[in-house]
Design a protein around this ligand. Structure first.
Ligand code: PFF
Length: 445
C-alpha cells in the first residue's frame, strides 16, 4: 500500500500544529510557569524554543521526509548497521509513556466539559471540586479509558485526512475562545498582578532546575525529541518547504501558549489563587472565571470541549508514532496495532490515575506517579532524544544532507552554514549541560 500523504502544505502545518498545540500549551504551560516563578522562566523557555526548538523541529521533519519512515526505520535507513535506531526506539518508548498520562489529563478535561455544561456556580469550591474529581477511585479511570478508545479508533482507521480536517476547524475556534478569556481575565479587578507575574522576571529564582524544566516544557509543547515530527514528516510531500512549515508550527504553538498564560494568570491573581498549586491549576482557575462570566455555561463548555479536542489532535500523534513503528517494522495491520498498543498504554496510565486515590501513598522524590511519568518522559527522555537527534543529523547524516533537505526545493535558502555548528555542537552541549546540572540540582541540592 502506498504511504499516505498530507494533501497540502497547509494540511501538514495544521496537523503538526495540532500535534504541538495541546494540553502542553494550556494545562502544562500554566502550571509549570506557576511553579517555576513566572517571567524569568518564560524568557528562558522562549530562548530555548527559538534557538533549540526551531532548528530541531525542522531537523526532525527533514529526517522523516527524506526517509518516509517511522522513527526507528528512519534512523535505520540513514545509518544502516549502526545502533542509531535506538534513538528512534527511545522515541517510541517516550510516546508510550507520555500518552499514558496525557490521556489521564485529557480525561479530566472531558469530564470538566460535562461539569461545565451543568454550569459552575459562583460560590462553589473549585479546589475541592478538582481534588474530589481526581481522587475518586474509579471515575477518572473511565474517562481515561474513553479517551484512549477514541484515539484507538481514529488511528486504527488511519485517517490522515480525519486528523487534518479536525485540526482545520478546531484550532481557529480554540484561538478565538482563548482571546475571549484573555479579555475576561484582564478586565477583572486585580488582574494586573498576573500580567506583572508574566512580564517581570525575578532572576533570583532561577536555578539549574529552572533550565531543565524550561527545556522539558519546550520539547513537550513542540512535540519534540521523540520522533512525532519524524513520523508526520514522513507523510510530507517533497514539494513542500520544510523550514517554512516548521516556522509556522513553532510560531503557532508559542503564540497559543503565551495567550493561554494571559488567559490564566490575570484571572488567577484576581481570584487570589496561588500560581504554584501544581497540576490542577487550569482546572481550578478557569471554572471560577466561567462561574462569574456572562454566558459562562456556553463559554465554559466550549472551552473544555476545545481543550479536549486540542488534546486529541496531540494524543493521536503520540499513538501514531507507536503504531507507525510496529506497522512499518513488524508489518502488523493498523487496527491490530492500534488496539493492542493503545490498550497497553491505557494500562500503563491506570497507576498514574490511582496515584491520586488508591496509590496516593506512593511518592517518588516528592512526585506522585503521574508527575514521575511526566518528569521522566518530558524532562529526561525528550531532551535526551533531541540531543541525540541533533548529533545524528549533523555528524552522521551530515549537515550538507540535512540542509539540502530542509531548504526549499525551488532554491530559497533558509538554513545555511550555521546549521553544522549550531545543531552539531551548541545544541547538544547546551542540552547536555542543562540535563546534568538540572538533575544534579533536583536530587542533590
Ligand atoms: N505537544 C503536545 C502538547 O503540547 O500538548 C504533547 C505532545 C504531543 C508531546 C506529541 C509529544 C508528542 F510527540
Amino acid at each position: 500500500m502506498a504511504r499516505e500523504q498530507w494533501t497540502s502544505k497547509l494540511g501538514f502545518i495544521l496537523a503538526a500544529a495540532g500535534s504541538a498545540v495541546g494540553l502542553g500549551n494550556i494545562w502544562r504551560f500554566s502550571y509549570v510557569v506557576g511553579t517555576e516563578g513566572g517571567a524569568a522562566f518564560i524568557l528562558i523557555y522562549l530562548a530555548i524554543v527559538f534557538l533549540i526548538g526551531y532548528p530541531l523541529l525542522t531537523t526532525e521533519i527533514a529526517i522523516g521526509r527524506v526517509t518516509q519512515r517511522n522513527p526507528v526505520g528512519a534512523f535505520k535507513k540513514l545509518a544502516e548497521g549502526t545502533p542509531w535506531w535506538l534513538v528512534g526506539a527511545l522515541g517510541v518508548l517516550t510516546g508510550f509513556v507520555i500518552l499514558s498520562f496525557y490521556s489521564v489529563i485529557a480525561g479530566w478535561s472531558v469530564a470538566y466539559t460535562v461539569k461545565a455544561l451543568q454550569g459552575f456556580s459562583a460560590d462553589a469550591d473549585f479546589v475541592g471540586m478538582f481534588v474530589g474529581h481526581i481522587t475518586h477511585p474509579t471515575i477518572p479511570i473511565y474517562w481515561h479509558f474513553g479517551f484512549m478508545l477514541v484515539n484507538i479508533l481514529i488511528i486504527g482507521a488511519g485517517v490522515v485526512n480525519g486528523i487534518q480536517r479536525v485540526a482545520k476547524t478546531m484550532m481557529p475556534l480554540l484561538f478565538i475562545l482563548l482571546l475571549g478569556l484573555v479579555v475576561r481575565g484582564l478586565t477583572l479587578p486585580g488582574s494586573g498582578a498576573g500580567v506583572a507575574f508574566m512580564l517581570t522576571p525575578d532572576l533570583s529564582e532561577v536555578t539549574g532546575q529552572t533550565f531543565l524544566r524550561a527545556i522539558g516544557q519546550a520539547f513537550f509543547t513542540l512535540s519534540l525529541g521523540m520522533g512525532a515530527l519524524i513520523t508526520y514528516g514522513s507523510y510530507l510531500s517533497r514539494k513542500d518547504n520544510v523550514a517554512d512549515s516548521a516556522a509556522w508550527v513553532v510560531g503557532l504553538d508559542t503564540g497559543i501558549a503565551l495567550i493561554a498564560g494571559l488567559a490564566i494568570f490575570p484571572t488567577l491573581f484576581a481570584l487570589n489563587i496561588p500560581p504554584d498549586s501544581g497540576v490542577g491549576l487550569a482546572f481550578m482557575v478557569l471554572p471560577s472565571a466561567f462561574s462569574v462570566m456572562p454566558g459562562g455555561i456556553v463559554f465554559g463548555t466550549m472551552f473544555f470541549a476545545l481543550l479536549s479536542v486540542a488534546a486529541l489532535t496531540s494524543s493521536i500523534s503520540l499513538l501514531e508514532v507507536v503504531v507507525a513503528w510496529i506497522t512499518d517494522e513488524k508489518g502488523w495491520p493498523r487496527w491490530k496495532a492500534s488496539f493492542i498498543l493503545g490498550g497497553l498504554i491505557f494500562l500503563l496510565g491506570v497507576p498514574a490515575v490511582m496515584g491520586y486515590s488508591t496509590l496516593s501513598h506512593i511518592n517518588i522524590a516528592g512526585m506522585d506517579i503521574l508527575d514521575t511519568y511526566d518528569f521522566l518522559a518530558s524532562d529526561i527522555f525528550l531532551p535526551l532524544g533531541g540531543l541525540l537527534t541533533a548529533i545524528f543529523a549533523a555528524h552522521v547524516w551530515k549537515t550538507k544532507n540535512a540542509v539540502s533537505e530542509i531548504n526549499d526545493p525551488k532554491g530559497k535558502i533558509v538554513f545555511g552554514g550555521w546549521y553544522g555548528p549550531l545543531v552539531g555542537v551548541v545544541i547538544p552541549v547546551a542540552v547536555g549541560v542543562v540535563m546534568i546540572y538540572g538533575l544534579y540540582s533536583k536530587f542533590f541540592l
